[in-house]
Design a protein around this ligand. Sequence first.
Ligand code: SER
Length: 887
Amino acid sequence: MRTHEIRERFTQHFVNLGHESVPSAPLTVDDPNLLFVNAGMVPFKPYFLGQQNPPFHNNLATSIQKCVRTLDIDEVGITTRHNTFFQMAGNFSFGQYFKQGAIKNAWALLTNPVAEGGLGLDPDRLWVTVFETDDEAASIWRDEVGVPESRIQRMGMEDNYWSMGVPGPCGPCSEIYYDRGAEYGAEGGPEADDNRYMEIWNLVFMGYERGAGDGKNFEIVGDLPQKNIDTGMGIERVACILQGVDNVYETDLLRPVIDVAEELTGAKYNEKQDNDVRFRVIADHSRTGMMLILDGVTPSNEGRGYILRRLLRRIIRSARLLGATGETLEKLLGTVMDTMEPSYPEIADNRERILRVALAEEKSFLKTLESGTQRFDTAAAAVESAGGKEISGAEAFALHDTYGFPIDLTLEMANEAGLEVDMAGFESAMADQKARAKADNKAKKHGHTDESLYRQWVDEHPTVFTGYEELTSDAKVLGLVRDGEKANSVAAGDEVEVILDQTPMYAEAGGQLADRGVLRAGDTKLDVHDVQKIGKKLWIHKATVAEGGLDVGADLTAQVDEKWRHGATQAHSATHLIHAALREVLGPTAVQAGSLNRPGYLRFDFNYTDQLTQEQMDQIALITNEAVDADWEVNTVETSLDQAKEMGAMALFGENYGSRVRVVEIGGPFSRELCGGTHVAHSSQIGPVSVLGESSVGSGARRIEAYSGMDAFKHYSKEAALVDEISKAMKAQSGDLPERISALSEKLKAAEKEVAALRKQQLASQAGEFVSNAETVGDFRVVATQLPAGVNGGDLRTIATDIRNRMRDDAAVIVLGSDNDGKLPFIVAATDAAVEKGVKAGDLVKVFGQYVDGRGGGKPDMAQGSGAQAAGAADGFAAVKSELQAL
Ligand code: SER
């Protein structure tokens, strides 16, 4: 049975049982504890915790959630069942059926005949586990389902108690295993062998909330408001069983990738164990990488981007170790897109973008590999010439850290060169780094706000937003929060959060900053400095009580700061125009990755790998301002998500949209976006948009910044004033400035050259003077003098040589220094006769260097150096003279 069909049967089974089918949330999740969604229940967390009421009919839901888990990345390809990306099929009951329903529903799907919509598994091959004290679950399995006692095993906290690994919902669980037969391992049930007995479904009886702690050591802090069910069936594992293949990498979605990898590398699957692991890594990571890029992740050095980078690099490296020499990602990712598209039709529109991101990373990593290989070769040669056998841990770590060289690549290459690697040293360097990173993370991580405080308001009084239509609204105070606790009244000076029945104030969302404004009731005035949403439903006004006091229940007037709103609105509409212009110029692969709109300023991040040319930038600015000039009407339409997509509205990756969405269009098809922000009514109201420039923000993403409205005007007039000033200073028309400035800079260069030549000449003419002023020190004639500032090392040499020539018949020593841009170049030259008498210029330069914090060296007849402390020069000259005296 194809994977796609397993998915459909799962969903149909639970829809028939009254569940609402909910689409998978994006892999990227807004949760400080998670990088990626790693279980089917993640998007439902607020409903389990009772922070929000489930919006599903019958309070039952089913989903097939995209999941990524990369903690076990090293297990990939080695075990038969570790995928970094997998699809978790789940059914969820919020206060409805509990253990009995969960168990019976799961059993029915697994064992019902295929002709009746089931998966047709042989019931005699199924084993189950329950939590050690869960007699209730055990008896349901035994007495109501008919699983023999001998195939029901009891396990402890570690195996049969599920939580997200962090504070949150949890509960005992019951798992269903499939016996794959004697060829896969020992008898004795899941307790004995979890390879032969493959876990396919986890039923969690989610009734509790846990506190902090590690592994199985955590405290249960209380009951959840109701008893819930969360289950997770591994689609990939069931596919592995139903398709009769050995491991998850050989199922219909991944096997074609292995085939392509064989073609690309020339190696064969199923020949060598090491190679097989590499093939499986390629298949697994190609899919995970593709799905992450699909959801908007781009490679970078931290967080999600780093995981993606690591996955892509592991593919490239594995392919090279298998024998590939060129680029491989295009074919590998292309293949996995083909296999995944039936279940994820959105892939079709994103193929080009996905490849663009992946190929940019591949190019840069191949370069890394090249320079890393050079560094490795140098290190290996040094070890060999020193007669050693081992690459040091520090070197291996540098390769890993600076060149992105995975340690097994270093090991492999060392092996080829007949060397070893100091793994203990490497690991301790890694451990140090990890400890640093951990400390760093800990410092950064912010906890959850305790949203339960707002639970009742979220459920019973979602805020009515009036701010699309008006900027001032009457409202009633439903609640007040001060210092994280509910309050009945607040007084002047307090920092508070105000909850109103309705508000015209825009809460920060979609890149647009929150409105500023005031709340007034009689003599009372509160200044609102931020507005945030909770659960997308409740507006929290963060305010300072400026005058008077306020009680819960009071009536007031909420008034948006018009100027602020006007500016933010202009910026937001301008962002839509730039987005549309960008796609017109760069094509549809330039997709939005993030944005910020505040009064007068906007920035827009998008996925694109190349730097934009000046011509492209000019084009984008022109199209944007033409759209302003066209005075297009701005329309907003409320519609279904499907309808919006049909209209071609652009949505953000990783954004979780509800079923009703708002589409903002400017100039009809010119710009259509899903957006909840505030916008101008006509495009001309945006005013001028001055595009400032673009820059890179991490690999595969770029940023455009612009001013809008009056700020664009101010920016232009400032620039104009600047040009004016320069024109005056240059005494030229503005149009002539570029030519005049470049002519001026040419002239300046020529003048500088001339000055330098003159200075040399002047010094040369002084050579005779220096010679006649020479002093006698011991057996030597000595010229020791500090030249005027600005003589560089080269000139110093010329002068010293000249003086030495003039004194060639004597035993003479010349010591010169200068002050050149804060540095002190110095030189010592000696005639042949002086050298014969034992002078070594190289040694004298070192003596001088000690006094000016400098270093230098050279031959007995000429040596040079450079110092940092010009103040020591006089002592330096004296020291050299006393050396000569002693000779
Ligand atoms: N949350 C449970 C799991 O991830 C069941 O869905 O295994």
